[in-house]
Ligand binder design. Sequence first.
Ligand code: ADP
Ligand code: ZN
Length: 725
Amino acid sequence: MYARIIIEYPIKTLDKCFTYAVPDNIKEDIKVGQKVLVPFGKGIVFGIVLELTSDKPDFDVKEVIRIDNKDIYLNKEQLELGKYLQEKTLCTLITAYQAMLPSALKIKEQKSKYDKYDTYYTLNKPVNEIDKYIIENERRAKQVAILEMLKDGDVLKKEINSSSSKTLEKLGLIKEIKVQKYRIDKKENKVNDAFVLNEEQQKAYNEVDLNNYNTYLLEGVTGSGKTEVYMHLISDVIKNGRTAIVLVPEICLTTQTVKRFYDRFGGDVAIFHSGLTPGEKYDEYQKIYREEVKIVVGTRSSIFVPLKNLGIIIIDEEHSENYRQDSNPRYDAKDMADFRARYNNCPLLLSSATPSLEAKARAGKGVYKLLSLKKRANNMMLPEVLLVDMVSELKKGNYLFSSVLKEKIQKRLDNKEQVILLLNRRGFATFITCSSCGYTYKCPNCDITLTYHKSSNNLRCHYCGYVTKKDDLCPKCHEDSLNYLGVGTQKVEQMLNELYPEARIIRMDQDTTTKKGSLQKIIDDFADNKYDILLGTQMISKGLDFKNVTLVGIINADTSLNLPDFRANEKTFSLLYQTSGRAGRDKKQGEVVIQTFNPDNKVLNLVKENDYDKFYLYEMNIRHKLKYPPYTYITLIVIKSKDYDLASKTALDIKKYLEPRLDNKTIIYGPTPASVFRINNIYHFQITIKYTFDDKLNKVLKELETNYNTQSQVALEITFNPARF
Ligand code: ADP
Ligand code: ZN
């Protein structure tokens, strides 16, 4: 028997199978998908078996040394998925498989390190022999007690460890056993019953065909009960003996969502996200692998879990950019989900209050089936939104808080209701704005905010390369107020404390949530009304459901409008609309105050109208005019090097290489310095490729990748459909 094996090195030139002979002693155990040790060159390396064959190769081969991990291997679906991932992202196959495994099972890890055991005592003889011993040794009360206990079931050793237990062990009546212990306890209690779906929910639910592959887009306003629809579908899927994956964008969101799933489905649920320790992840992976759970709720990488016989895949908040990984392999979890839904012939349900334009456009064309929920589940109205002009507030001396917002916060404090405040830090500190009039620099060609480069004191479009000098005075209002608008959450918190000394304020941002469990605690405490005001960054925008919040304040709406990204409008709309959606989710009407330097801005006014569909039409029009996705595709090539000249020269060479090889309708922009130009002294240049259809692109980029990534001084990163620029 022979095995075709890929080895651990993620190098283009080694991205192929090597053949080894399988020695007799492991013939029985070796399986496709297993991790093995093989000789390679002068050393010993890990590999993954991709194929077993009896065909004898016509060259000499070495032998497989041993199987590294007999218990867990990649199944057939995962192996196929890995190949798909490789094709989609141009990574090496080993990189694809590595990405699919939790860190504890990655190729060089020793699995044994992660197994955790409890030691139990158990009976080592049949019950009749035990009973005989009990009768003959009646006066040995302690021994008898232990044996009686063990007759009812195994007991943790530490609870009955004594000289008596040791004697019984010596006599061979009882023995120790090790039982694997999961770090996250199985939740048995199913505390919540399902709601009866309302008419809209029922209609959406009815539309989903659980027996066939289809992609659905569930578009439902905030609080419309989308999660309830998923849970009903999943419940059916499980009844049919199948399984479900629910992807959520980040743990911030998982915490509350996970609880809802635990409460409904108890021990059938495993969770999987970056907030878990490697040990916890390993354990959850084992629960899944051993088919002890039926539902996995988790972030991006959960799409790779070895759940068998999938019956539905749900992507919650599908518009989120968290589904795209921006390091190698640069995959989109949605593509992976699509592959698995096809493979299992089951539905893929994308869901959002603010779908990505791509998804909505596909639904418009009938590629996806559109399901919509237009009302909040409990018939509450969507919150009322007020736009406040900060230019005039500044003149009154109100810097961070407008008079209106201050008043409204005070009213909530008086009424014992809660407030959420968003400090929008997206796109911070990369652009210049006028603090008197709100002016920002935009590229005349691309309508994208220019990025400020401090060293050269100029502003650049990192998309087309347009450059201009920074003025001393604002070109619009001629004030000397061109600067970064940089204020941190801490500063805002301090100001809030001064304004409302009696208020209990909690801050949720990077700094306050790094410690394990701290995020959950903030959420729980706020839900328990231990605080009056929750101040946070975009972390607070999604998924959270607090009953007593009646006011949401957006301190600075504008920063994200100025993201140097053609998706700036979309990201802003989604952020503000979702954050607004945190208000008035229960019995009391909600209100939202949005502070801005651009009160006439169309996007903000559409947030005010709570109208996603109008936003969609408005933004599609712009995308059409400027030929941005979803009317085109974009692929980004980033060229990185410690050597500035080499990076810049390579970037030019690449452009020259591409030009004659791509379709003549394909546009190549750049090279330009990337938006983050220098990181750790590595220079980043980028080339942007825009196309509607180019059947040569994939092949050309593959060749390009292989040519350049075998060099050591420059590195290339190719991202199809990047989430960010
Ligand atoms: P979404 O995910 O669309 O934002 P949720 O699923 O969080 O909405 O639902 C919002 C609120 O409405 C939740 O508190 C949920 O328990 C409640 N809810 C959802 N569906 C129903 C229903 N059919 N009947 C009563 N309450 C519901
Ligand atoms: Zn430009």
